[in-house]
Structures are given as structure tokens and as C-alpha cells.
Design a protein around this ligand. Sequence first.
Ligand code: ADP
Ligand code: MG
Length: 449
Amino acid sequence: MNTRPSLQNRLLVLTLTAVASIWLLATAMTWFDARHELDEVLDGHLAQAASLLTTHQVHEIIEKGESREPRTLHKYAPKVMYQVFHGGRLGLRSANAPDTPILDDGKELKAGFTSIQIKNREWRVFSTIGVESDVQVYVAEEVQARTAILYAVLRSMILPFIIALPILGLALWFAVRQGMSPITRLGRVLEQRQPAAVNPIEMDGTSKETQTVIQALNGLLERIAGLMESERRFTADAAHELRTPLAALRTQAQVAMAEHDEIKRQRALKNTLEACDRTSRLIEQLLTLSRLENNAEAEFLLFDMSATIRKQLADIAPKAISRNQKMELDMDCHCSINGNEILMSVLIRNLIDNAVRYSPEAAQILIHLSYINSLYILTIEDSGNGLSDQDIARLGERFFRIQSNAESGSGLGWSIAKRIAKAHHMDLQAERSEKLGGLKVTLSIPAPN
Ligand SMILES: Nc1ncnc2c1ncn2[C@@H]1O[C@H](COP(=O)(O)OP(=O)(O)O)[C@@H](O)[C@H]1O
Ligand SMILES: [Mg+2]
């Protein structure tokens, strides 16, 4: 089961948290602001009421004895109270006010606001003295009444939010789901692909972001396809190139087995070991070729190319002799080049081997090396049947073979040769031989500076 957190849920939670936080902050700000404003307005009302009360002719009321129990006129009235004293005697008061001054700390009364506790309730009191200084006025309001107003404001903010939150959540869920759908679809497309599929991902109706991911994935797939192809190529090349040295190894081992003379046997065994070494070097170099094609750097050294040509010729000569073919080597110059000696041996052996293999008995093979305009030109010509222009154009295609010829082969020799030539910045071409009538292969080798 996939236990990783879903991107969709994360987005949803993050957005909802952000919205809730902003709303909480706004509510807190409104609360403080409203409290301040409310205090100011209600304090103003208290002061206003007090100043109205100071204008009453309280002493007349007292003298006439008209002071009577007042009535409660509004349900809000118990939340406010007032007292008017004249010369220390109560003149007027609200129904809920006591007979004695609510502020009686023994000190001389000063106009202003105070907060006091009456019967465990907090009251905001405004006290003042009248025009006649022996008139004292107290107007008080219960603080809880103010808080109730604030709570009402808060409720009116919270309620819509509580109702809106699930709706917002649902709308966001839909929006996020819609927004994420290209990613979800890409996931499904990738899931449905065959494990070995390296063809580019094709998906229409994608977003800009997923298009970038698809492009990056396609780039990666292309590189993987290249690597897989080069691995396949390496396997086939190795199989092609190892046939000859393995056959030689087998011959040497057979010779060693059949030999009774100890010295000759030792020589045959030594040859076997050398063939083993050559084979492992060859495998290594084929790996080098495979890496070269993947843009890796190979170690190129200056080496004697004339010697390499001679050596390859000597190796193939027995086969030519057995076929009664006439091989001729003509070198106008000595050739030293910069490159990989083993890979170059593979290239030359393949070309000479083709001339021997695909020319009939008693054919003539001419190998010529010359130096023209900073280039070493190596040509290998034979008097065989040659190839048509179409077939010449196809040389270098992997597994290209002429079906009619009796010789066994895999059609990889030219492909390997061409790639080695390319890695060495050499040019390899084939054409009809004017001189011998068969195939003429030309390798142009840039001379080292
Ligand atoms: N010198 C040549 N004369 C005639 N045909 C040739 C010659 N060289 C190559 N070919 C043809 O080209 C085909 C491809 O050669 P190559 O790539 O070396 O593969 P292979 O492994 O079959 O030798 C051969 O099958 C052969 O038919
Ligand atoms: Mg060949």
C-alpha cells in the first residue's frame, strides 16, 4: 500500500490552514478594534448621561420630597445605573442603584472613569460633580454588557466562516483535483508502460509543468535507449570479433596437446597464453569502442601503423595462401599515427579479411599505403566480384550481408570498422577497383602534427 502523503491532500490542508490563519488574525484584529471603539462610544454615552443628570434641580426634588422609586423602562436598564446626590443626600437613582454612593472611598470626588466590583460584577463608573459643587453624579454600566456586544460581533464573524469552511474545502478539493489531473494522468500513463519500453511518452492535453517533466523523462528515455542499443551492439560486436581469436586459441591448444616434443609443446602453450592475452585485450578494446560511442574519452597514443598493417597481413596470410590468393603489400612511407592500436588492428584486419574471404581462389589482393597532403592513404583492393553501388552504399549497416556468398559472417565487420574510423576521425570509403575489378576500400588517416 502506498503510505506516502498525497500531494493533493497536502495542498488542500496547506490552503485551508492558510485561510483559517488569515481569518483568525482578521478576527483578532476586529476584536481589539471593536473593543476599543465600543469602549470609546459607550464611555462617551456614560459621560453624556452624567452631564445630563447634573442639570437636574436635585435639591428641589429632595426638598419637595418627590424622590421616589424609579421604574425600569427597558430590559437593558438593569445593565446601567445612576445616582445623583445633593449635599450628601440621595436625590435621584435608577431602580438597580443602591442608596449609598457606589464610589465612596472617603476622598473628594473627582470627575472621571473607574472600574469597580459590585456583588462580584464589574462596573464601569463615570462620576462627576454638578454646577453646584455639592451635587455628585454617578453613572455606571456593567462591563459584561459591553463584552456581550463584542461576543455578538465575534459570533457574526465566526458563524459565516464555520459555514463557509466546509464549502471552501469542497471547492478547493475540486480545484486541486482538477489542477493535479495532468500529474495523475502522467502517473497512469507511466504505470501502463511496458517495463522495457523506451519510446517517448506521448500525452496530449498536458499542462506546462507536466510538459517539462515529460520532456525531461523523454530525454532520459532517449539516453537509456542509446545505452541499451550500445549494450546490444557491444554484445553482437564481441561475438563477431571473438570468433577469430577463439578459433586461434583452440588451434594453439590442439597443437600443444598433440605435441610430444617438450620444447615445442612449451612453445605451443606459450602461444596459447599469448592468444588468451590478445583475446582479453580485444574484449577490453571492444568495451572502449562501446564507451567511445557514448562520448567517453579513449586513450590515444602514438603508434607504428605500418607495423600494425604488416602484423595483420601476416595473421591472415595463411588463409590467403590456402586459397591460392596473391597478396601484395606496397608501402611508400612509414606511418606513425595517434590512436588506439588494438582498435586500429581490428579495423585493418576486418578489411583485409573481407578481401580474402569474399574474393575467389587465386584472386589478387593489393594493399597500398601512401602519404598525400598530410594524409596517409591506405587502400585495400581485390580482384573479386566486388559489390554493386547499392550494396556499397549499405556497407556499415549492421548485419548487412550479401546472402548469396558462401562465406559465413554476421555482417558486422564494416559497422565496427566504420565506428572505429569515426572515433579516430578517419574516413573510410569503398568503391569499384579500377585496377583489379573487385572492391577497393580507402582509409584516409590524418597524419599527426
Ligand atoms: N571485398 C569484398 N568483396 C566482395 N564483397 C564484400 C567485400 N567486403 C565485404 N563484402 C560484402 O559485404 C558484406 C558485409 O561485410 P562485413 O560488414 O565485413 O560483414 P561480415 O561479417 O559478413 O564479413 C559481406 O557479407 C560481403 O558480402
Ligand atoms: Mg567482414
